[in-house]
Design a protein around this ligand. Sequence first.
Ligand code: C2E
Ligand code: CA
Ligand code: CA
Length: 413
Amino acid sequence: MVTGNARVSFRAGETIMRQGDAGDYAYIIESGRVEIILEKPDGRRQCIGTRGCNTMIGEMALVDAAPRTATVRAVEDCTLLEISKEEFSRRLDHADPVLRMTAQVILNRYRDTLARAEITGPEPDEPAEAREVSYAERKDVIESVRLTREFRDALQSGQLSLHYQPIVEVATGAIAGFEALMRWEHAARGFIPPAIFVPLAETSGLIVEASRWVLRESCDALKRIEARSGRRDFFMSVNFSSADFYSPGFADDFQSTVRQSALEPSQIHVEITERLLLDQPDLARTTLNRLHDAGARIAIDDFGTGYSSLSYLHSFPIDVLKIDRSFIAAMTQDARSLELIRSIIGLGRNLKIKVIAEGVEEHEEALALARLGCDQAQGYYFARPMPEQRVTQLVLEGLRSAGSSPDRSASRV
Ligand code: C2E
Ligand code: CA
Ligand code: CA
């Protein structure tokens, strides 16, 4: 057997899994064909079917946390994509309860079929496999597993990079800080948007390693920007997911990374969504208090899109609210959005929480935000996310828009 990175190959005739063994992996067959063999108590072996490209094997032992119920052997040279027990249960945990139950029911029925096969022999055709293939194709199951694998490779082989989007003072247009945004340039498929790969990284748990890397790399980048510009007052905003908060040692790792970077902890903004506070309030409170006590600033991302309960604003250590870009996009046409933004800015002022407007694309939006007294803003209008080198250049030149009036701050970079 040749082991690649979570992609495994078997030669024709090799055994892939043995009945009775512990099941640590399920596999999706990427190429080749396997046969499924029941080993009977009397020592006889019975082939109960074959499986080909785009089908799954070995999932039963993972769902049941039980030994393998059959032996699987390659009948042709095969390439398989591994899905670990941990990933499987994480995906199952994230699934809708009805879907989870459906999976269990399907497996029970399959188990019945297996039991009958022990008595009556194999079924003549393979309708189950045919269904499986069309399901996999319809649901992009294979694609998401494959892309998750490739994301892992990209993470481990240094193919990910970061872009930094300037966040500016609305009143002056001066750069106040940056948001670090992950970028993945796939060797064959080109640019893959974070909206595609971040959710995959979250369900697979790879986001934890990715976030560690983002924090380290963005701290280093800020240190280099400081060294080249002589400025020491920028902040770096880093996105974190709930999986980061669940991972053991997160707060310790965070602190030691920031310490090693020699930045002031207050220069790091931890961006999280409201969802995290509402799903796991106790865990979130403990971890956020630790980060906040260590000096980091806590920012609520996409503010306004989650639950409307604002009670958490005083029970968590929150320093920044980032108004979701959907409100900004609507503010010049829709009076209610404008009023909502005005309220959030007022709320921020009363609670001493800084407010950042996201997704500012238009001159009118920048002007309106200045009139409303919004602290800071971020958006294509001011600057797009860009590589470190361009950010450094921009800092050295000063934003072309830098000036004292919102009129001037409203010019593009
Ligand atoms: P986000 O945290 O809300 O990040 C802001 C997104 O808005 C970025 O998209 C940015 O490029 C985009 N954006 C900025 N200004 C404008 C604008 O004026 N108009 C429009 N339409 N969009 C604007 P991006 O980089 O594609 O990232 C999408 C999402 O992926 C992020 O949304 C965040 O949820 C996630 N993400 C990106 N990098 C990371 C990361 O390092 N860790 C985690 N956990 N999530 C990340
Ligand atoms: Ca963000
Ligand atoms: Ca956001």
